[in-house]
Design a protein. Structure first.
Length: 318
């Protein structure tokens, strides 16, 4: 799937609507930037012959599908091994060598490392909402989770239709909210549909004295959404926690290893002394986002004993 100026969730919703495929049948490993031209693999579970024909015909200006093949397993969030980027540098002054400047920046990252924050694409453009939704979801507060998804957002609404739909939900009218909600708000529309389906079930079961409370309807509606969409909210929540923890760690010290840091040393086979004599290398390796495949046991938390051993070790100049 190749897209441009389109988020991954909106692209998946477009494919689902165009090809009449259940949203839960389309899975992917992760979300990509909404503005850049990106390519990623997606999987569709057992499409029919008619759906395959429609997939072949899907050829929009900002969304295209190609390289179809059968696979044994579907993709799920977190299964991506990595990304490959082409970076465009702008704003250079005349007379400045772009190649030498880029080489200096690369050397600085190689020498000093970098603070491995999660970027805005991790939150799919709705960071604040996803944090609140995931917080309620993890506490099993489904009323709060549904309200966080459908209520008017603090930063306002992009269109009049979205504003009217959220106000209709606030007034207790999910049916009108579903009609007014723009189509590309797939997550909101799925929850509204789940609320209406739960109400229909309760009405059809009135003869059997089956009644559903508002909390039960919210629980059914929220859990009826595809699991990958709910998982993205949870991932955004924990990514925000990581960003805050990383900022707090840098405030303590940005140039030395502290007790509790994860450090890596390729020269050690069966463990790591958290504070090695090579301070610059230790600082860089403390920012290592993933451990090498050839040394699966060379990363662990540093302890006070490791720090004491470092203080007693000879200096690099010795």
């Amino acid at each position: 799937m190749t897209k441009a100026k389109l988020s991954t969730l909106k692209a998946i919703a477009t494919i689902s609507e165009f090809c009449e495929i259940r949203r839960a049948s389309i899975t992917f490993a992760g979300i990509k930037d909404a503005k850049a031209v990106t390519s990623q693999e997606i999987t569709i579970y057992e499409p029919t012959a008619l759906q395959r024909k429609r997939l072949d015909k899907l050829n929009m200006d900002n969304l295209k599908l190609s390289r179809f093949r059968y696979v044994r397993r579907p993709l799920f969030p977190g299964w991506s091994r990595g990304n490959r980027f082409q970076i465009l540098l702008r704003g250079f002054r005349k007379g400045v060598s772009v190649r030498s400047h880029a080489a200096r920046l690369a050397d600085r990252v190689k020498r000093d490392g970098f603070l491995n924050y999660f970027g805005t694409q991790r939150f799919s453009g709705t960071a604040t909402r996803n944090e609140h939704v995931a917080s309620c979801y993890l506490k099993r507060d489904y009323v709060g989770a549904v309200d966080a998804v459908l209520s008017p957002q603090p930063w306002g609404c992009a269109t009049v239709a979205e504003r009217d739909a959220r106000l209709a939900w606030k007034m207790g009218d999910p049916r009108s909210a579903s009609k007014l909600m723009p189509r590309h708000f797939s997550f909101e529309r799925q929850i509204l549909k789940g609320l209406m389906d739960a109400s229909k079930y309760a009405a059809s079961s009135s003869s059997r004295k089956t009644t559903l409370t508002h909390a039960e309807r919210c629980r059914i509606a929220f859990l009826s959404t595809p699991f990958p969409d709910r998982l993205l909210c949870v991932n955004a929540f924990f990514s925000r926690l990581w960003n805050k923890a990383a900022s707090a760690r840098v405030e303590l010290s940005s140039s030395s290893v502290l007790v509790g840091d994860l450090v890596y040393d390729k020269d050690t086979d069966n463990g790591v002394r958290a504070a090695h004599t090579r301070r610059t290398a230790s600082r860089h390796r403390a920012c290592q986002p993933t451990q090498p495949r050839d040394s699966p046991r060379c990363i662990r938390c540093s302890s006070a004993r490791d720090m004491l051993a470092f203080l007693r070790s000879p200096s690099p100049a010795a």
